[in-house]
Design a protein around this ligand. Structure first.
Ligand code: T1G
Length: 705
């Protein structure tokens, strides 16, 4: 099936990329496009060539799937097409409508002119895949907008709106209406004035006022300091900086060769494979094997019961998606606090220039507070975010059930309570599920969509579609204690506490996990979320109690973390920076001794393995029991909800990276040394013994009651 549509118009050849859904510049498309460029070059009647995109997009870049296969010498890639343009004699114009990202923008940078519609966005997001632009972007963009601006744009991997891109010099023109027509006019004018202006002919300037190119080594050195270490998420960033240096220092041809070598090193690297896994795993989330086809319901009005931090964060999330939301909050004080949070958040966006005053006003006005449940009557979905107590939540749902319209969906934001038990107090269990947001709900991208035994396919489909509308990573979870993320966090926390009881100071455990790539170690996280939360869970679930009474003791001594100025760390007033606290370590040692736990040495390797493999072992169990559908779903939960380093792909991807057999052997060793809490999940054992991987695991079909 052809992926390029060719048309001629008064001697100008229009080549339209047509490879739905995003006109990915696959090896196959490149193999088709290359001879068409050559044919245009050989055709004396062709005066100029315009590239455009079908499917409402110019191109989402190279086909990321292709990177999993080693190209052969015969393989044609977008680099070959761009090289043919570079050598060509014709005038080339890129007519951009929609996204032009990665190789898509690189194709347009090889052209003499770039014109786009106002709705378009352009960018080189390769860094997010652990790559750098490998089709000339690191050499051409610096020649177009200066090395500094180009480096910043590529290091951020940002998508830039058309008007801003024009301001920066990336685009020549921005138009309303039909961009191919406009490109045709531009080509005609160019042919009169300046038919060729290949970027390769330019010298890349540093682009910093007052500094000449000989300041480049200093600028590059500064840039290297600003990005993460190569072995902790910065692998691609450092190479990208090297490539941009080459753009300034080397002739174009040598710069292109340097870029290709750096790209080829990155595309074969483990961090890039992990980031590409995350890219695709995110896009798998909404595909539920076994879910009967069901048209999602339209969600035009939302309700939230409970206007605390969580409820207001959820309300802002709806407002940001353009869905009016009514918050039921009985307390005037909480209502005032909530309104201040909404107002403050939007004013902050305006001050940062991220939002116009009118947009902020419109969104702020779309969040309405009331103490009257009756105002939720015509909501399409109502989410409760009240105190984490089953009786309180049941009371809310009994009330809602009699007020909201028959088609409305009811959802609980609970993090650990039984969704089915709440559904059972309503007359609409088919329209009931869990929507577990993560605080702060308007910032955290993860959403666990917890299906009850009787949640209908339409309700589940509606929740999945709603998650996308709210720009969340919506992961479907079964209704088990802690769902996916928190259930895994409990074992992760158990091991962190156990190590601390064995005498490893919290700061060291946190340092090891930050070295691994977590944004925050477990003890800093306990202090942030508050040990009181942990204590309440332990009261509800005694099996969560550790071997010692450390949590009780800390709770009793009001060492509940940041909110009390001390926890496992201490905190200076107004400062959230954790400071090592020997007092807390003394309490740990006392409680461990009281529990008869002998101190023991633990190396960094053991610390990392015990915390990460606890996640893998529970993850395997959740997969086997169908609580999580796919290993990739678990990875997305942990990367987006708990700060697992994306360059390790998530717990299950990491287990494959290390080798499942090796993980299994360590789990067996831990079971022998520390006890049966380390019993290997049967699926972990099965995969290890068969020499398989989690990546090859095929999801169970979703079982519907
Ligand atoms: N390759 C392969 N598949 C892609 C793809 C890509 N580049 N981009 C999207 N898809 C698939 C995606 O998996 C999903 O598949 C469908 O398209 C819709 O995607 C040489 C090395 C373009 C803004 O990083 O940012 O060029 O689930 O749900 O919300 O230097 O996709 O339907 O089966 O995201 O409308 C660089 C990645 C590549 C851009 C559209 N480019 N894509 O968003 O749809 S590397 C990127 C996006 C490169 C060169 C380098 C977004 C989008 P399925 P979607 P969307």
């Amino acid at each position: 099936m052809s992926q390029i549509v060719t048309a001629d118009r008064d001697g100008i050849r229009i080549l339209t990329l047509d490879n739905p859904p995003v006109n990915a510049l696959s090896f196959a498309l490149s193999a088709e496009l290359l001879p068409l460029v050559r044919a245009a070059e050989d055709d004396a009647n062709v005066r100029a060539v315009i590239f455009s995109g079908a499917n409402g997009i110019f191109s989402g870049g190279a086909d990321v799937n292709d990177f999993a296969t080693e190209p052969t010498p015969e393989t044609k890639t977008i680099r070959d097409v761009i090289a043919a343009i570079e050598r060509g004699k014709k005038t080339y114009v890129a007519a951009i409508d929609g996204n032009a990202l990665g190789g898509g923008l690189e194709l347009s940078l090889a052209c003499d002119y770039r014109i786009a519609t106002t709705r378009s966005k352009v960018g080189l997001p390769e860094i997010k895949l652990g790559l750098l632009p490998g089709a000339g972007g690191t050499q051409r963009l610096p020649r177009l907008i200066g090395a500094q601006a180009a480096m910043q744009m590529m290091l951020k991997g940002e998508s830039v709106a058309a008007d801003e891109a024009k301001k920066r010099g990336v685009l020549d023109e921005v138009v309303e209406g039909n961009v191919v027509d406009a490109a045709f006019g531009l080509a005609c004018r160019a042919l009169e004035k300046e038919p060729k202006r290949r970027l390769s002919q330019r010298q890349a300037e540093l682009g910093i006022p007052g500094l000449t190119a000989n300041a480049l080594p200093f600028v590059a050195a500064q840039a290297h300091k600003m990005v993460p270490p190569e072995d902790n998420g910065g692998f691609a960033a450092h190479k990208l900086i090297d490539a941009v240096e080459a753009a300034v220092e080397l002739p174009f041809g040598r710069g292109i060769a340097r870029e290709a070598r750096l790209f080829d090193e990155l595309v074969r690297s483990a961090p890039s494979a992990a980031l590409r896994h995350v890219f695709f795993a995110e896009r798998e989330l909404g595909k539920i094997p076994g879910l009967p086809a069901a048209e999602p319901m339209k969600i035009e009005r939302a309700g939230v019961v409970g206007g605390g931090l969580m409820g207001t964060g959820i309300a802002i999330t709806f407002a940001n998606a353009g869905i009016p939301v009514t918050v039921v909050e009985p307390s005037d004080e909480a209502t005032e606090r909530g309104k201040q949070m909404v107002f403050g958040m939007y004013m902050n966006q305006v001050q940062k220039g991220r939002m116009t005053q009118e947009e902020a006003w419109k969104r702020g006005q779309s969040v309405v507070y009331t103490d009257d449940y009756a105002e939720l009557a015509d909501c399409d979905v109502v989410i409760e975010a009240v105190f984490e107590n089953m009786d309180v939540k049941k009371g809310v749902f009994k009330k809602l059930d009699g007020i909201v319209k028959p088609s409305a969906i009811l959802a609980t934001n609970t993090s650990t309570l039984d969704v089915d038990e709440m559904a059972a107090v309503t007359q609409r269990p088919e329209q009931f599920l869990g929507l577990h947001f993560f605080a702060p709900a308007n910032i955290m991208q993860l959403l666990e969509i917890v299906r009850g035994k009787r949640t209908s396919p339409q309700t589940l489909a509606t929740a999945i579609a709603l998650g996308k509308t709210l720009r969340k990573k919506g992961v479907v979870s079964g209704n088990e204690f802690g769902f996916i993320g928190n259930r895994m966090l409990f074992d992760y926390s158990r091991e962190a506490m156990a190590l601390a009881e064995e005498g490893v100071p919290p700061y060291r455990i946190d340092a090891v996990m930050k070295d691994f790539g977590f944004a925050m170690g477990p003890f800093a996280m306990f202090d942030l979320s508050g040990l009181d939360v942990f204590w309440h869970i332990q009261q509800a679930k005694t099996e969560m109690k550790g071997r010692s009474n450390i949590v009780d003791r800390m709770y009793r001594e009001k060492r509940i973390g940041q909110k009390s100025g001390k926890g496992f760390y201490r905190y200076e007033k107004g400062n959230r920076e954790p400071i090592r606290d020997e007092e807390a370590e003394k309490i740990l040692a006392e409680e461990a001794a009281a529990a008869g736990i002998a101190p023991r040495e633990a190396g960094d390797d053991e610390i990392r393995k015990r915390l990460v493999y606890a996640l893998v072992n529970v993850g395997a169990d959740l997969l086997a029991r169908g609580v999580a559908l796919r290993p990739g779903d678990i990875d997305i939960v942990y990367v987006y909800g708990y700060g697992f380093p994306p360059h390790h792909g998530g717990p299950m991807w990491y287990a494959d990276e290390v080798g499942v057999k090796s993980v299994y052997d360590d789990v067996l060793r831990f079971q022998k040394e520390f006890g049966d809490q380390w019993r290997p999940a049967p699926l972990l054992a099965e995969i290890a013994q068969s020499g398989g991987t989690f990546a090859a695991y095929t999801s169970k079909e979703l079982v519907h009651a």
